[in-house]
Each structure stands twice: as structure tokens, then as C-alpha cells.
Ligand binder design. Structure first.
Ligand code: 6MZ
Length: 346
């Protein structure tokens, strides 16, 4: 590792947009494949390597393959503990993981045991002293419609009350070309009313302007991607105004967007637009396993693409603390930690 790589590894980081099953590393996938050789899954089916690109549709096929490998409590525990440890090893000090609770009739997995297992993994890592503070967002897969969304929010509400502050909110994700946000509005409103924070994937593809306009009225607490919100990408000034007026942070995932081909190149990434506005932007990995990246690499990429100095990069990571969903005391703790680490990194 050269000095530059080390700098990016060593700066303390906040990761706010990480889908659990998209974050499974090569090493963990190997372990999962060896447990289920009969599926004949090869690693090329679960990750998009350097220089490769896929359509977003093809990315969603990749998740289906990973889900076949992760269909028991045991596998979820393995995946979640490995993912948390890997983020910690990459210098992430605060992580919000998100995942869609799934049931698997064949293994007896239920949505409840799914969530309990992820919570157990978070608690285990904490007991073992892994140097990372982890929170969880319960994900709604937009493909599953109104009723499932409502059921998911009710489950999230229960876990928010019983998980000692580990479940802090919900996520809306899934194939953006399927379904419409208006069908999910009642569930999202319920989440808001019961105190769950929300991070919504908005305008990840071009056709979603009307939906984004509707969902921005909630307003969400954070936006995932927001690729096509601004006028230069076919969005509109009124959408930008809503985001700015409500000061809604954006979670931006450079490699994911380029490899998934919703953004043509790094230099054309919408990070530039929002960063120049001075709007809160948080660099994230999205699916570090599938897109073969890590958060250090994302910071390094943003710096080299947009000419950020080391001090700019530091500020970017520090400002991400303002956007976390955990309570104020956690933010204070993290700010103190950043101050302590500044001297060691520079
Ligand atoms: C939208 C995405 C996504 O929930 O099984 N997911 N949703 N856009 C993306 N951009 C690439 N990447 C991942 O993790 C996998 C699930 O996360 C969502 C999809 O619903 C995918 O099935 P979990 O842990």
C-alpha cells in the first residue's frame, strides 16, 4: 500500500449507504459457495470486477444469486459479522447497514429471525470490541408493493423499540424501474410518524421525476443516489430547490453508478453538482462486494476525479457525521474521535 492509499485507509470514515447482501466480500462469498456446492455458483456471478460494467437490470440479477447463498440464520450471521469487520478494517468508524428482511420457507427463516440475526451480529461485533459503531435500517423492496411495505415498517417499528437503539430507520430500495412510490406512501408516512428515520432511493434512473417530486414532500431524511434530480441530468430546478430547502443529505456512490451504467463516467458523476452547491454529500459504497470497492477507494476516486485536497477529503468525511441517524450523543462522540485522529492522519 503506498502513502496515498494509507491516507485514505486511515482517515476515519462514516458509511451510510451499504446494502448488506451487496456488501459481501470475495472471501465471504467463497465460504458461502463451499457450503452450497450444489448451486454451482461461481464468483463471477456475484461481483462486477475492475473495468467491467453491467446494466442496472443485470445488477439486480446478481443480488438474486447472492440471496440463494444467504438463506439461513447461520449465513446471515456470517455475512453480517464479516461485512462489519471489513468496514472496520477499512477505517469506517460509524456504519449504517441496511437490508431487506426475507423469509425462506425451505430453511425456516422468517423476516423476524432475519432481523434478529442481523442485530445479533451487530451486538457480537460490539462485544468483541470491533472498533465501529453500527446501526441498522430496515429496507423496503419497492418491488413488493403496498402491503409488504406496511408490514416491513411495522416490523421496523417493533425493532426500533426493542433493539436498544440499533434500528434507527428504514430504507426504500430495489429495482427502480418497478413499482411507483405512491403505492408506498402510506408505509413511508407511518414510518415518519413513529419516529423512524428514512433514506429513500430517489431518481436513480431517469424516469422517476414525478415519483421523486411526490416523495420529497415527506420529506425523507436522506436521499440515496438522486442521480437524475438536477436539471443537467434531466431533472428540474424545483426538485433541487426542495432538496436544498429541506437540507436533505445525498448518499453518493461513484463506483456503483458507473459500473451500473446510470452515470457514464466518474467525471460526469453528480457529486460535482451537489458538492459545488455546498450541499451535504456523503460518499458511500452501496454494494462494496458486488462492485468490488471499499469506502477508502471511493474517497480516493472522488479526490482524484474532482481535484479535492486532503483537507477537503477530511472535511467531507467529518461532515458526514452531521448526516447520521443515531442520536446527538453519538454525533458528539464521533466528532471528538475525528478531532483526536486528525493529528495521526496528517
Ligand atoms: C436499488 C439496491 C441497489 O437488502 O438483500 N439494492 N436497490 N439500487 C441499487 N443500486 C445498485 N443495490 C442494492 O441487499 C440487496 C438488496 O439491496 C437493494 C436491492 O433490493 C437488493 O436486492 P439486501 O441486504
Amino acid at each position: 500500500m503506498d502513502g496515498d492509499d494509507l491516507f485514505y485507509r486511515n482517515i476515519p470514515k462514516v458509511e451510510l449507504h451499504a446494502h448488506l447482501n451487496g456488501s459481501v466480500s470475495f472471501q465471504t462469498i467463497e465460504k458461502l459457495i463451499s457450503r452450497k456446492p450444489e448451486l454451482n455458483i461461481e464468483h463471477s456471478m456475484t461481483a462486477i470486477g475492475k473495468g467491467q460494467r453491467r446494466t442496472l437490470d443485470e445488477c439486480f440479477e446478481v443480488f438474486k444469486v447472492i440471496h440463494k447463498l444467504v438463506d439461513t440464520e447461520e449465513a446471515i450471521l456470517l455475512v453480517a459479522t464479516d461485512v462489519i469487520r471489513e468496514f472496520a478494517a477499512d477505517g469506517v468508524k460509524y456504519l449504517e447497514l441496511r437490508s431487506t428482511p426475507r423469509e425462506e420457507k425451505s430453511t425456516g427463516l422468517t423476516k423476524r429471525t432475519y432481523l434478529e440475526t442481523v442485530i445479533r451480529a451487530i451486538q457480537q461485533c460490539k462485544t468483541q470490541g470491533v472498533d465501529i459503531d453500527v446501526r441498522f435500517l430496515v429496507a423496503i423492496d419497492r418491488r413488493n408493493g403496498t402491503e409488504v411495505a406496511m408490514e416491513t415498517v411495522k416490523l421496523a417499528e417493533e425493532f426500533m423499540l426493542s433493539s436498544d437503539g440499533l434500528v434507527v430507520g428504514i430504507d426504500l430500495s430495489g429495482d427502480p424501474t418497478v413499482g411507483h412510490g405512491k403505492e408506498l406512501l402510506p408505509a413511508l408516512e407511518r414510518a415518519k410518524n413513529c419516529g423512524l428515520k428514512s433514506s429513500l432511493h430517489l431518481s436513480e434512473v431517469r424516469s422517476q421525476l414525478e415519483e421523486s417530486d411526490l416523495l420529497l414532500n415527506l420529506p425523507p431524511d436522506r436521499i440515496g443516489h438522486g442521480t437524475f434530480l438536477h436539471p443537467e441530468m434531466g431533472g428540474s430546478q424545483s426538485l433541487v430547490d426542495k432538496v436544498v430547502k429541506n437540507n436533505i443529505p445525498l448518499e453518493l456512490c461513484l463506483t456503483s453508478n458507473v459500473k451500473g451504467q446510470t452515470v457514464p463516467s466518474y467525471s460526469e458523476h453528480h457529486f460535482q453538482y451537489w458538492y459545488q452547491l455546498g450541499h451535504p454529500c456523503v460518499l458511500c459504497t452501496d454494494d462494496k462486494g458486488v462492485f468490488c470497492t471499499d469506502l477508502s477507494q471511493e474517497y480516493q476516486l472522488a479526490a482524484s476525479t474532482f481535484g479535492l485536497s486532503r483537507e477537503d477529503v477530511w472535511k467531507l468525511s467529518q461532515r458526514a457525521i452531521d448526516c447520521i441517524f443515531a442520536e446527538e450523543a453519538v454525533k458528539q462522540r464521533l466528532r471528538k474521535r475525528w478531532n483526536e485522529l486528525h493529528g495521526q492522519v496528517f
